[in-house]
Design a binder for this molecule. Structure first.
Ligand code: SF4
Length: 583
C-alpha cells in the first residue's frame, strides 16, 4: 500500500526530516548498533551481506538453522546475525525444492476466486503451502502480491508468471500457461509517468540536458515548484526531503521498488516497461542531492523488473547515458540493483534501509531520520519508483507545468491500477482529483458481466474501503481521508457480491498479522488478537475498541497505526454485515 498516514514508505517522515530533536545524548543523531561496530572491526561494511544468506539458502532445502549460523560465523559474527534476517524474510525462511512455486494470496487474487485457488494449487502440485514435498522436488510459498492483480489469481513458477482462473491447471500442466502484459493507458492527454510507455519519449534525453545545462539547485527548485509529493503513500514533499540531505557528504539515494501494496502494479509497470525513466529519475535525484551513488531495491516477487533494470543499467553505462555520474562515483558502480527478500514492512523506508544493511526488515524509531543517518549511517534519501519516474517530465517541462496538473494541493498525475474484477482492468494514468466514480465506470468499465460493485479497496490492505454506492470522491489524499480511506499507492481492488464480508475481514487481519514485523507489541500482539476475533465469528467483543485504540496510538510505525482505520472503513462499507467492527 502506502497509505497517506499509513505505511510511510515513501516520505516516511513526520515533521521536519532534518530535525535533531530526541537524539541520544553524547552522540547526536547516531544509532547505537553493536552489530554494525562488531562487523566493522572485522573489516566488513557493518552488517551481514543479504546476498551471502541468499547464496547459502539457494544450495539447500533445509531451514535457516542449518545454514544461517555458518554464514554469520564466516563473516566473524555471532550466529544471531545470520539467524535474525534468515528467519525474518519469507524468501529465506521458506523451504525450497528444485521447483519453487510462489502463489499469490493477496487481495486482488482473493477477490478473483474467494481465495479458493490456493487449495486448488496445493492439490495440483501435491504439496502444502510453506513446505517442500518429501522428494525435495517441489515447494510452494504463499506471497502477498506478484503484481498481476489485473489477471489473477497469479503465481510464479520459478520466475515464470502464470495467471487466470485455471491457475492450478496451468501449474499442473493441464492448461496452456498464460500471463498477459499489463494493460496501460493514459487518460490525461499528456502523460507524465507513461511518457515513455505510450508516448515514446526518452527519459535519458532529459538527463543529458540536465547535466549539461542545469545546476543541482535548479532541479531542486523546479521540483519544489512542481509540488511533487512522494507517491509511496506518505505523500511527503519531495523537494523538502531532498533539502534535508542535499549537500551532505556521502549522501545516497535509494529508489524504493518494493511495491508491496497488493492491488498496485504501477512500479512493476514502470520498472519493466520503462526502466530508463526510473533510472533517469534516480540520476536526477542524485544530481539534485549531490549524491554519487544510487540504489534500487526491487522486490523479489518482480524477477522480470529486476532483470530489465539490470539490463537498462548495463545499456546506459555502455552507451554513456550514465557517464557523468559513473565518473563522479569513482570505482563503485553509480547504480546498484538489489533484490528484496519477501517482506511487506521492509518497504517502509527505515525497514528498507535495515534490509539493505543485512538486518531484519523492521522499522526503526525516528529520529534520527534517514536524511541524517540512513544507509550505513550516511545521509539517505528514499524515493519511491513512481515518484522518481515523474522527475524527467518535471525537469523537461518545468515545475509550473506540473503544478498546473491535478488539483492545487495535490498536483500532478497518478498511476491507478484496477483489479481483475473490472471489465477493463489495467494501469491508468489519471490527473489527481479525478472522481473515483469516473475511474471505476468510465475507465474501468464497471465490473465484469455487469456485476454490482459492493466495495472498493483503495491503497492496499491498510488503505481503506469505500462502499460501491459512495464513489463520488475526488482521487486525492485529503478527500479520501475524509471518507476514512487512503490513497496509498492508488491500487483499486473491486469486490462483487460473491465476496463474503466476514472472509474479507479475516483476510485483512490475516495480512496484518502475517506482515507485522514484530518490533513493537501493540502491532505484533494486536494484529494476532484481531485475527483471532475475526476468525471467531462471535463479533469483535467489548474490548475491541481498547485494542484498536492501543494499536492506533502506540504502534511504532504507520503499519500498526493504520490497521484499525482500514478495518473501520471496511466495516462502514459493508454496513450491518460487519456490525461492531467500525470502532
Ligand atoms: S510491529 Fe511495530 S514496527 Fe513492526 S510493522 Fe508493526 S507497527 Fe511497525
Amino acid at each position: 500500500m502506502k497509505p497517506v498516514a499509513g505505511r510511510d514508505a515513501d516520505g516516511g517522515v513526520s515533521g521536519d526530516p532534518g530535525s535533531m530533536a530526541g537524539r541520544t545524548p553524547g552522540e547526536p543523531g547516531r544509532r547505537s548498533d553493536a552489530l554494525r561496530e562488531l562487523t566493522a572491526r572485522h573489516g566488513g561494511h557493518g552488517g551481514l551481506s543479504p546476498a551471502a544468506l541468499e547464496r547459502a539458502r539457494a544450495g539447500t532445502a533445509e531451514g535457516p538453522e542449518a545454514w544461517a549460523p555458518q554464514v554469520a560465523e564466516a563473516a566473524g559474527l555471532p550466529a544471531a546475525a545470520g539467524l535474525g534476517p534468515a528467519t525474518f524474510f519469507a524468501d529465506l525462511v521458506t523451504p525450497r525444492g528444485e521447483r519453487h512455486v510462489r502463489v499469490c494470496t493477496a487481495t486482488a487474487c482473493f477477490a478473483a476466486r474467494g481465495g479458493e485457488h490456493l487449495a486448488e494449487v496445493e492439490r495440483a502440485l501435491g504439496v502444502v503451502a510453506g513446505t517442500v514435498d518429501e522428494a525435495g522436488s517441489t515447494s510452494l510459498q504463499t506471497v502477498h502480491c506478484l503484481g498481476y492483480c489485473y489477471a489473477g489469481p497469479a503465481a510464479l513458477d520459478g520466475t515464470l508468471p502464470r495467471t487466470g482462473p485455471d491457475l492450478a491447471d496451468q501449474l499442473g500442466g493441464r492448461a496452456e500457461p498464460r500471463a498477459p502484459d499489463i494493460p496501460a493507458a493514459d487518460t490525461t492527454g499528456t502523460p507524465v509517468l507513461l511518457a515513455g510507455i505510450v508516448g515514446g519519449h526518452s527519459a535519458w534525453d532529459v538527463w543529458r540536458e540536465a547535466v549539461a545545462g542545469l545546476r543541482p539547485e535548479d532541479v531542486r527548485e523546479e521540483t519544489g515548484v512542481s509540488g511533487l509529493r512522494g507517491r509511496g503513500g506518505a505523500g511527503f514533499p519531495v523537494a523538502a526531503k531532498w533539502a534535508a540531505a542535499a549537500g551532505k557528504p556521502d549522501t545516497v539515494v535509494v529508489a524504493n521498488g518494493d511495491e508491496g501494496d497488493p492491488g498496485s502494479y504501477a512500479d512493476r509497470l514502470l520498472m519493466e516497461e520503462d526502466p530508463e525513466r526510473v533510472l533517469a529519475g534516480l540520476a536526477l535525484a542524485c544530481f539534485a542531492c549531490g549524491a554519487r551513488h544510487g540504489t534500487v531495491l526491487v522486490r523479489s516477487e518482480y524477477p522480470r523488473a529486476m532483470a530489465r533494470l539490470r539490463r537498462a543499467v548495463e545499456r546506459a553505462t555502455r552507451t554513456g547515458d550514465l557517464a557523468p555520474s559513473v565518473e563522479a562515483a569513482g570505482p563503485r558502480p553509480f547504480v546498484e540493483i538489489v533484490e528484496g527478500a519477501g517482506s511487506y514492512v521492509a518497504g517502509e523506508e527505515t525497514a528498507l534501509i535495515a534490509r539493505l544493511e543485512g538486518a531484519r526488515g523492521c522499522a526503526r524509531p525516528r529520529p534520527p531520520y534517514p536524511t541524517d543517518h540512513g544507509l550505513w549511517d550516511e545521509p539517505t534519501v528514499v524515493n519511491n519508483v513512481e515518484t522518481l519516474a515523474a522527475l524527467p517530465w518535471i525537469v523537461a517541462h518545468g515545475g509550473r507545468a506540473y503544478a498546473s496538473r491535478g488539483v492545487p494541493d495535490e498536483t500532478g498525475t497518478e498511476l491507478v491500477c484496477l483489479s481483475e474484477r473490472f471489465a477493463r482492468p489495467g494501469a491508468y494514468e489519471v490527473e489527481l482529483g479525478t472522481s473515483v466514480d469516473e475511474i471505476v465506470t468510465r475507465f474501468g468499465g464497471g465490473l465484469k458481466n455487469g456485476s454490482e460493485l459492493v466495495a472498493l479497496q483503495i491503497g492496499g490492505p491498510l488503505g481503506g474501503f469505500l462502499a460501491g454506492t459512495a464513489l463520488h470522491v475526488p482521487l486525492t489524499t485529503a478527500a479520501l481521508a475524509e471518507q476514512g480511506a487512503a490513497l496509498g499507492h492508488a491500487g483499486m481492488v473491486a469486490f462483487d457480491a460473491t465476496t463474503d464480508p466476514h472472509e474479507l475481514l479475516e483476510h485483512v487481519w490475516e495480512f496484518a498479522a502475517d506482515e507485522s514485523c514484530g518490533a513493537c507489541s501493540p502491532c505484533r500482539v494486536g494484529t494476532r488478537r484481531g485475527l483471532e476475533l475475526a476468525q471467531g465469528r462471535g463479533g469483535p467483543g467489548e474490548t475491541y475498541e481498547r485494542l484498536t485504540r492501543l494499536m492506533s496510538e502506540a504502534s511504532l510505525c504507520a503499519f500498526g497505526r493504520r490497521v484499525p482505520a482500514a478495518v473501520r472503513s471496511l466495516a462502514r462499507a459493508y454496513g450491518p454485515a460487519l456490525e461492531g467492527w467500525d470502532r
